[in-house]
Design a protein around this ligand. Structure first.
Ligand SMILES: Nc1ncnc2c1ncn2[C@@H]1O[C@H](COP(=O)(O)OP(=O)(O)OP(=O)(O)O)[C@@H](O)[C@H]1O
Length: 584
């Protein structure tokens, strides 16, 4: 066990157990009480045996028997209370930890989330933390508890006979040392097994979310094949890790039995020499057998610690990952429509393959920009930069002259709205899906927004109104209806700059027409960007920007570009009209 992970484990223990110090203290007291009772109970039985041997059956024996029963009941009660407290402390500590991990993951940037599947992250938040449950509840108390119990019994044996205490004491040290040595490879093997488990769940998460595409395209055998490979790796690595704890366990069972026999032989030897009464021989045998109980428990604690170490290292790795997007000083542009400017922006998802090189443009406040360009020209990337999903390698993006990097990230994102063609719905009520669980938004406001986007008729069909569960819930939605709901979301959030990224691509022409009014309302008093492949959907924009391979090849007022037959935009529009006429 290297000192760094061990120190880290202790630091984690301190961090999550400190707030629960009172419960932890009570738990320790209960365990101490049961140690004292476990040490005392064999003494009562020893006196019982000696009293029977010397005086035969007497009333004293009844009192001894009653005392023994009372002590046993109190020991059991102390164990029940301490077990309850252990569970309570461990759940509270691990829930706090899950909370911290989730909050941390939510701050990590897009690149990190692209590199790790959601299933893998779920497994890290829950699986790794579950492994720590025992460690939190029991390690801090049970390890010293069993160590104390062991020491207490050795002292009792030494008081009976010093040679007895020394022989059994040395035996215990040898057994513990041997078990720790045997278990050295365990932490690394557990880490590999945990990663294999996370990969398996990561794969399953991906497979289930892609089921709609995979099934019709005949990809099911691929899922089976990969599931089998992942499962096989998980199984073999877990067996290997378990075996590094299992084989010492089998050996330890024999060593423990041997400990009891050593005690019995030594007790018998003392009796034959007249150095011990039958009661004392019983006491020696009980203590030397009981001695093996804390030893056995100690070895489980060591195994738990090794497994916990692997989880702590994985959790650490996660916590060490910090977002490259740093919060600014908190400067914010004044509320109202925002002027957007890109100043000499250079950006690539990997720096060696830039998408934009020295890109500059300014969109005045309150203008609505139509952003067009071929597939892969960089339109969505511009939107991602604006939301600070990524930061440019060079240059700055500003809103009303304030660089995005100067603002607090959550404040920046509150001022922006984004509607894409992929609308994410939660398995929650219509109301919660629209308000993002913000209870301050009135139902009246939601219903007005339904009217504006032409969804009121759909709303009237909902069996439980705004309480109806959508997402995976009781009521299904078409892709177009989901897109209209995204418009309602934006109307309720009231951002100062809105981006529509192919937002109406799944709507039929009638719904799209109905939506035009909503789009106009959405953009009133706001700056907007509409990313679209169909130029006909850009009738209401004030400006047009044509991108090609990350370069601006045209940027100007829509009216002017339309009036100039040689402009790219006018030519693209003409091409679209001709293609439409051919289809008719
Ligand atoms: N997360 C990513 N990591 C690496 N490269 C990416 C990533 N997202 C997009 N790209 C690349 O960046 C370039 C621009 O992509 P972007 O999605 O911005 O294009 P687009 O104009 O929005 O395309 P479309 O019209 O198909 O939506 C493409 O070459 C694409 O392969």
């Amino acid at each position: 066990m290297t000192s760094q992970p061990f120190k880290r484990s202790l630091a984690l223990l301190a961090r999550y157990l400190q707030p629960q110090w009172l419960k932890t203290l009570l738990m320790a007291l209960m365990l101490l009480l049961s140690i004292a009772l476990q040490l005392y109970n064999p003494r009562i039985l020893s006196s019982f045996i000696d009293a029977t041997a010397t005086h035969g059956i007497s009333t004293d024996l009844i009192w001894l028997a009653l005392l023994f029963i009372c002590m046993t009941i109190i020991t059991k009660l102390a164990t029940v209370v301490s077990n309850y407290l252990c569970e309570n402390v461990s759940w509270t500590a691990t829930n706090l930890m899950r909370n911290d991990l989730l909050s941390h993951l939510l701050t990590l940037d897009q690149q990190f989330h692209k590199e790790h599947t959601s299933g893998e992250l779920l497994e890290r938040i829950d699986g790794d933390v579950n492994v720590l449950a025992n460690f939190f509840s029991q390690f801090i108390v049970l390890l010293p508890f069993h160590a104390l119990l062991l020491i207490g019994m050795l002292i009792s044996l030494t008081i009976i006979n010093w040679l007895l205490g020394c022989v059994l004491g040395l035996y215990c040290v040898a057994v513990v040392g041997f078990l720790v040595w045997m278990r050295r490879p365990a932490p690394n093997r557990w880490r590999i097994a945990d990663q294999a488990r996370a990969d398996l769940f990561g794969f399953l998460g991906e497979a289930f979310s892609a089921l709609e595409d995979v099934r019709p395209n005949g990809g099911t055998p691929y899922i089976w094949q990969h599931f089998y490979q992942h499962f096989q790796r998980w199984y073999t690595t877990t067996c290997k890790a378990g075996w590094s704890g299992g084989s010492p366990w089998i050996i330890s069972q024999h060593l423990f039995r041997l400990g009891g026999i050593v005690g019995l032989v030594l007790g018998a030897y003392l009796w034959t020499r007249g150095l011990a009464t039958p009661g004392t021989v019983y006491l020696i045998f009980s203590y030397s057998s009981l001695l093996m109980q804390p030893l056995e428990q100690l070895q489980w604690q060591i195994q738990d610690l090794q497994q916990a170490q692997a989880s702590i290292q994985r959790i650490d790795q996660l916590l060490l990952h910090s977002s490259s997007l740093k919060n600014g000083t908190g400067k914010m542009p004044a509320s109202g429509p925002l002027e957007l400017s890109f100043e000499h922006v250079t950006f690539g998802y990997t720096p060696e393959r830039p998408i934009f090189k020295d890109l500059s443009l300014t969109l005045p406040a309150g203008h609505v920009l139509g952003l067009v360009g071929r597939t892969g020209s960089g339109k969505t990337t511009m939107a991602r930069l604006l939301f600070r999903m990524y930061d440019p390698q060079e240059g700055a993006i500003k809103l009303n002259g304030v660089a995005l990097t100067e603002m607090h990230l959550p404040d920046l994102r509150r001022r922006l709205g984004l509607i894409t063609q992929d609308v994410q719905l939660f398995n929650a009520s219509v109301r919660d899906n629209l308000t993002f669980f913000n209870t301050a938004i009135q139902d009246e406001t939601i219903l007005q927004a339904f009217q504006k986007v032409g969804l009121y008729d759909w709303y009237s069909t909902l069996p439980r109104g705004l309480e109806t569960k959508i997402g995976n819930g009781e009521y299904g939605l078409s892709a177009g209806e989901a897109q209209l709901l995204a418009f309602v979301r934006s109307l309720l959030a009231q951002p100062d700059l809105i981006i529509l990224d192919e937002a109406s691509s799944r709507l039929d022409p009638l719904s799209e027409q109905r939506l035009e009014q909503a789009i106009e309302q959405l953009f009133t008093g706001r700056t907007g960007i509409i990313i679209a492949h169909r130029l006909a959907t850009l009738e209401h924009v004030s400006d047009i920007l044509v991108l090609e391979d990350g370069n601006i090849i045209e940027f100007g007022s829509r009216a002017e570009l339309m009036a100039s037959p040689n402009s790219h935009f006018a030519r693209l529009l003409q091409l679209e009209l001709e293609a439409g006429a051919m289809l008719v």
